[in-house]
Design a protein around this ligand. Structure first.
Ligand code: 5AD
Ligand code: SF4
Length: 497
């Protein structure tokens, strides 16, 4: 790679920016898909930092661009190839200026397409999967040396986990952070690429997770979301390797949550994404007993029809799901539920679809994600004969989203007039606005005086909810002006300055 000037003026569109001497190499990462990819992108930044790479917010003029891709739905690979076409022009521009731009494709499309990416997009220098990014420095060195212009490909599933090789997180976290605790999936739902792109289930040792959480809290983090493709299948080695009597030396997610909740300064815990099969007693009990575990759970059901659930290889029925929800609500009555739904799975009849609508009505979701079934190459459902026509899928999706949208709005509307503790995370789009999350995971927009923005960001403060929208709430900040008020409770006053 060409040597970089130590300091220069760079023009990005109409923006001219002084690039500081410290930014020796500019790294642009575009992240698609799930929160796991967001986490992975942050860790790639950590891995590349010792090589002098710092993150910039535009691919133009960058020394390295990584597309961290998602393969879960739709024409993921095609989207990546068209993005690579656009980036080719920027790479050429860099070369014309006497520099170069390393172009890398990461994530699940890289894992699934591998060599094909290098063949179809020869401008790509590096292709690597979700399990090998700890080797990025080596890949960068190999790509820089590659005189023949051939790209570097590393899509192994290494025997030793990348977590054993990753550096401690370098990037300054915000008040809410992710910690990856589990990866991969052995469930093989018949529609899903994850078991093929992310590999077999792996759980990080509990001690490593706790140490990472402690470091984050020491750096100011108040809320941690534990991540995993199948996070409640977590079965990490117990600290000190001592058997805990129930798991033969491993901890389940419920036990891990209890240990994390003991960290002083950590106020909130969440986890995502879970599978109904792995909602065990300890985890359900944690929802009732552990105050720091927020009353929100994303628990994908996918369908309300037992016939379709069996064809999906979900290994649970609609009644199983309803029973789990009932137990969770017994433990934590105010639990807000979210889910994923797929409509138009091969062979789905009107009746199957009606069963899904019925389940939604029975549960009542606070929020949900819904998708048209999209055949993924290499998955069993993709080769079923009974694929549904596009207009049928579209019509069912519209019907499903209408119902889910109405439930979400009703849930949000029921919050109007309540005082909710909100973790104020970042400035909103409008001036004088902070955006945060309620315990139920709703986005809350809060008007605050400009002068107080910096002081208030990162704190959990009571907010009076004034209005509800389909995907968010708006409210005003309250100060607790009489914490000792008598039995009648606390009185709140709106902050005005
Ligand atoms: N088609 C449509 N939706 C899918 N999902 C996963 N695979 C597919 C597919 N082939 C959805 C599931 C999953 C969410 C992350 O994406 O609902 O829970
Ligand atoms: Fe995919 Fe099913 Fe595994 Fe979830 S549980 S990641 S949907 S295979």
């Amino acid at each position: 790679m060409a040597k970089q000037p130590r300091s220069e003026l760079r023009r990005d569109g109409d923006r001219t920016e002084q690039v500081s001497e410290k930014i020796r190499k500019r790294l642009f990462i575009k992240t698609y898909g799930c929160q796991m990819n967001v986490y992975d992108s942050a860790r790639m930044t950590d891995v590349l930092a010792p090589l002098g790479y710092q993150v910039v917010d535009s691919p133009r003029g960058a020394d390295m661009v990584i597309l961290n891709t998602c393969h879960i739905r739709e024409k993921a690979a095609e989207k990546v190839f068209s993005e690579l076409g656009r980036l080719r022009a920027f790479k050429q521009e860099r070369r014309d200026q006497g520099g170069d731009m390393l172009l890398a494709v990461a994530g699940c499309v890289a894992q699934a397409e591998g060599e094909e990416i290098l063949r179809r997009a020869p401008q790509v220098d590096i292709v690597f999967g979700p399990q090998t990014y700890h080797r990025l420095p080596e890949m960068v060195a190999r790509a820089a040396r590659a005189a023949d212009g051939r790209g570097v490909l590393d899509i192994d599933f290494p025997v030793d986990s990348k977590f054993d090789h990753l550096p401690e997180e370098a990037a300054a976290p915000g008040p809410a952070a992710f910690v990856s605790v589990q990866e991969g999936c052995d469930k093989f739902c018949s529609f899903c690429v994850v078991p093929y792109t992310r590999g077999a289930e792996y759980s990080r040792p509990a001690a490593a997770v706790i140490a990472e959480a402690r470091r984050l809290v020491a750096a100011g983090v108040r809320e941690i979301t534990l991540l995993g493709q199948n996070v409640n299948a977590y079965h990490g080695e117990a600290p000190g390797g001592t058997p805990n009597g129930t798991g033969g030396g491993t901890w389940g997610l419920g036990r891990l949550i209890r240990a994390l909740a003991e960290i002083d300064g950590l106020e909130r815990l969440r986890y995502t994404t879970s599978h109904p099969r792995d909602m065990d007693d300890e985890l359900i009990a944690a929802h009732g007993e552990e105050e720091k575990l927020m009353p929100y759970l994303h628990l994908p059901v996918q369908s309300g029809s037992d016939r379709i659930l069996a064809a999906m290889n979900r290994r649970h029925t609609a009644a199983d799901y309803l029973r789990i929800v009932e137990r969770l609500r017994q433990a934590r009555p105010d639990l807000a539920l979210s889910s994923d739904f797929i409509v138009g799975f091969p062979g789905e009849s009107d009746r199957d679809f009606a069963d899904t609508l019925k389940l939604i009505q029975d549960v009542g979701f606070a929020q949900a994600y819904s998708f048209k079934y999209s055949p993924r190459p290499g998955t069993p459902a993709a080769v079923e004969d009974s694929q549904l026509a596009e207009p049928v899928k579209a019509e069912r999706l519209a019907g499903l989203q209408q119902l889910l949208g109405a439930q979400a709005l009703a849930f949000n509307a029921a919050c109007v007039g309540r005082d909710l503790p909100v973790l104020l995370e970042r400035p909103g789009r409008k001036a004088g606005q902070l955006v945060g999350r309620s315990p139920f995971m709703q986005s809350v927009h809060v008007g605050v005086p400009e002068v107080a923005m910096a002081r208030l960001a990162g704190r959990i403060l009571p907010v009076r909810i004034d209005s509800a929208h389909p995907n968010s709430l708006a409210g005003s900040l309250l100060v607790d002006d009489a914490p000792q008020a008598a039995a009648g409770g606390r009185t709140m006053a709106r902050i005005t300055a």
